[in-house]
Write a protein that binds this ligand. Structure first.
Ligand SMILES: Cc1cc2nc3c(=O)[nH]c(=O)nc-3n(C[C@H](O)[C@H](O)[C@H](O)COP(=O)(O)OP(=O)(O)OC[C@H]3O[C@@H](n4cnc5c(N)ncnc54)[C@H](O)[C@@H]3O)c2cc1C
Length: 377
């Protein structure tokens, strides 16, 4: 094929792709005519599981608490309770917390907690010239944030929409937009944030697509992540009748946390391992403005009856370099990160037990195994 012919073929291909976006049965084929969605199979067996963890999502039915209150002669700015959305919303709620800090005029600020929310908030405060000290009970990797799946999911278990107010939805929207923009500036930086293919693979169209167990979310915002598209059976290699695809963002959690910590230190931030056991410990800190990013740890200190754990187990398979996608199916999902391929899918409300249960892992291995076996090679 000469160069001109190649360009013409490629041009026709792009036109087909563009028209496919508006038709209900898009045809994504590569230049050789093969279906575009040929997904590499996972090597799945229990002996490839190298780690099982249970993390506790800090859930509040009314949504994360972003608020300012006076405590003696200190100002406390709260930024906690992000449920299953803390990674995604960290920059956005960090920005809202920063705005509340700025109203105090204080430049020396304490941040409690070094999870994804505390680190993002601390970094944003530094960008406004604040001298920030993080006080934290534990450092990464011993934080809940290190036990997350790591995808863009800004409305996953973020609130109970029957309880949350329309005002909260507006706050969520502002936070989501800010976070989304911020993540676009992290793309290409040591693979800490990346766009990947996300597939939903079901025997039939799910009746309740907002069910979190099926990867569903409570709110939606158009214009950020591309919309999911149903793909025709002949254009993918799955055995299922209902398959959708979209691009979504993924976070490589260990390198992301490392990046955040090192940048914070590089910009002059200070970090102290220091547990807050009671309100008096906050009062004893030298800073007059304190941002509370303690996640579930805020429950006892601030007597927040609404804050509840929603536990989530993950099982980590040895990574496969060719597997880079996310897949959601009935009862299980997988996400391929650089450090491993994570299987999961549960959320137990009110469960404080962080002991992994082998039976969940076994169930997910069986479910995903079946999806792999039904795939055409
Ligand atoms: C299985 C699972 C999957 C998830 N998947 C995703 C996902 O794909 N995308 C997404 O956006 N979110 C996801 N999440 C949610 C996300 O992980 C959380 O919302 C987020 O980690 C909360 O961050 P945080 O910084 O508030 O809390 P944490 O990470 O818990 O950090 C809290 C910090 O406060 C410190 N602290 C606590 N108590 C005290 C104290 N008394 N004194 C001093 N310091 C204290 C801790 O040591 C820690 O440093 C998932 C969560 C789980 C469990």
């Amino acid at each position: 094929m000469n160069r001109r012919h190649f360009l013409q073929t490629a041009g026709a291909g792009s036109l087909a792709l563009a028209s496919g976006l508006t038709s209900c049965a898009p045809r994504y084929r590569n230049i050789a005519g093969h279906p575009m969605h040929r997904v590499p199979k996972l090597k799945l067996s229990l002996d490839r599981i190298v780690k099982e963890t249970v993390g506790l999502r800090p859930f509040r039915a009314s949504g994360p608490r972003i608020a300012k209150e006076a405590l003696g002669n200190k100002t406390i700015v709260h930024n906690y309770g992000h449920g299953g959305s803390g990674w995604s919303l960290s920059w956005g709620t960090g920005n809202l917390a920063r705005e509340l800090v700025m109203t105090t005029g204080e430049k020396k600020v304490a941040v409690l907690g070094s999870g994804t929310v505390g680190l993002a908030t601390a970094r944003l405060l530094q960008e406004k010239g604040c001298e920030v000290t993080i006080y934290t009970k534990d450092l990464p990797p011993n934080v809940t944030s290190n036990l997350a799946t790591g995808t863009w999911s800004p409305a996953s278990r973020v609130c109970d929409p029957k309880v949350a107010t329309p005002e909260f939805q507006a706050v969520w929207e502002a936070a989501t937009r800010f976070s989304f923009r911020r993540f676009q500036f992290m793309l290409g930086l040591d693979d800490i944030a990346a766009w990947v293919d996300e597939y939903n693979v079901f025997p039939a169209k799910p009746i309740n697509p907002s069910n979190p167990a099926l990867g569903g979310e409570v709110y939606h915002l158009d214009g950020l992540v591309p919309k999911s598209q149903e793909i025709n059976r002949r254009d993918h290699s799955f055995g299922a009748d209902f398959v959708t695809w979209r691009s979504n963002m993924m976070f490589n959690i260990p390198s992301y946390l490392h990046h955040q910590m090192s940048t914070f230190i590089m910009l002059g931030g200070k970090l102290q391992v220091h547990e807050i056991k009671r309100l008096e410990d906050i009062d004893a800190l030298p800073e007059r403005c304190v941002v509370n990013c303690m996640g579930l740890g805020a429950k006892e200190i601030f007597n927040d009856a609404e804050l509840t754990p929603v536990s989530g187990q993950l099982a980590c398979l040895i990574p496969q370099s060719e597997v880079t996608y996310k897949l959601i199916t009935k009862g299980a999902n997988i996400i391929a990160r650089k450090d491993g391929i994570y299987l999961g899918g549960n959320g137990l409300v009110g469960n404080w037990d962080t002991t992994p249960k082998r039976e969940y892992t076994q169930e997910w291995v069986d479910i995903i195994q079946q999806v792999m076996q039904e795939m055409r090679s």
